[in-house]
Design a protein around this ligand. Structure first.
Ligand code: SF4
Ligand code: SF4
Length: 248
């Protein structure tokens, strides 16, 4: 598939298709894909995991912002390639998005949300992944979409000693999948966990795929940036309609 190949070349190493109608049946009214694109049938879910993005775009600047910029460039390259299939709507993951991207990642078969830490876990990459965006298409330009979720059979936390909980210096994880986001954010505003989330780092899953120290690609967002983001959130458009040629 051309779009999948382009995504892989750009560094998007998680690529999955979700049947939007099936997904929406399990989502609260306000978080449905159909609200973003009326008649949406297909969601192409894009994510990055491990150091793939680093290898795909070697020689570029380091740092957290640089990592996010690389991911955005990879998403945009994939969205442009998708014009060969037809018009689609690009939805970027982030604060205040209209879609639950962790659940979308689950539906795409990337992994499962931990009932202990709330981290999104992949069987190979552990917590070192991030769902970046979705391309929403009307109808089914890629054909019928099979159920891909592995959440019903992937339960790594059941047999784990839960080091993610004790590793958090701010006691921000409640052990039931919830995060006391205020405590986490305050800790990071105070300069803690600047480059890496200690809970993520303590998870034994996918330990070989941890972010490179100079390019944190899959940690929490920068706390300061998040606050600034909230102040200006109303200015930001989270969706961008990518116009393309209709399917042949
Ligand atoms: S970023 Fe730090 S404070 Fe926040 S959950 Fe991770 S370990 Fe805890
Ligand atoms: S450390 Fe264990 S309990 Fe915590 S997220 Fe990882 S697998 Fe789950």
């Amino acid at each position: 598939m051309l779009v999948r190949d382009q995504a892989a070349r750009a560094g998007i190493n998680l690529f999955g298709l979700v049947d939007a109608a099936r997904f929406d049946r399990c989502q609260p009214k306000e978080r449905r894909l159909g609200n973003v694109l009326r008649g949406c049938g297909t969601a192409v879910v894009l994510g990055t995991a491990g150091r793939g993005l680093l290898q795909a775009q070697a020689g570029l600047p380091a740092g957290r912002e640089a990592g996010d910029a690389r991911a955005l460039a990879a998403v945009r390259a994939t969205a442009m390639a998708s014009r060969s299939v037809g018009p689609c709507t690009l939805v970027l993951a982030g604060v205040d998005t209209p879609v639950n991207f962790a659940r979308l990642g689950e539906a795409a078969g990337f992994g499962a949300v931990s009932p202990v830490s709330g981290l999104f876990l992949h069987p190979e990459f552990g917590p070192w992944l991030r769902v970046r965006a979705a391309l929403l298409f009307p109808g089914y330009p890629f054909g019928a979409i099979a159920e891909a979720s592995i959440a019903d059979r992937f339960h790594p936390c059941c047999s784990c000693a839960r080091p993610c909980l004790t590793a958090c210096p701010a006691a921000a994880l409640d052990g039931a999948g919830g995060q006391r986001s205020g405590q986490c954010e305050q800790h990071r505003l105070d300069g803690g966990c600047e480059l890496v989330c200690c809970s993520r780092q303590a998870c034994p899953l996918g330990a070989d795929h941890q972010d490179a120290p100079h390019l944190p690609l899959h940690g929490h967002d920068c706390a300061v940036k998040r606050r600034v983001f909230r102040v200006f959130a109303w200015l930001r458009r989270v969706t961008l309609v990518v116009r393309g040629r209709p399917p042949a």
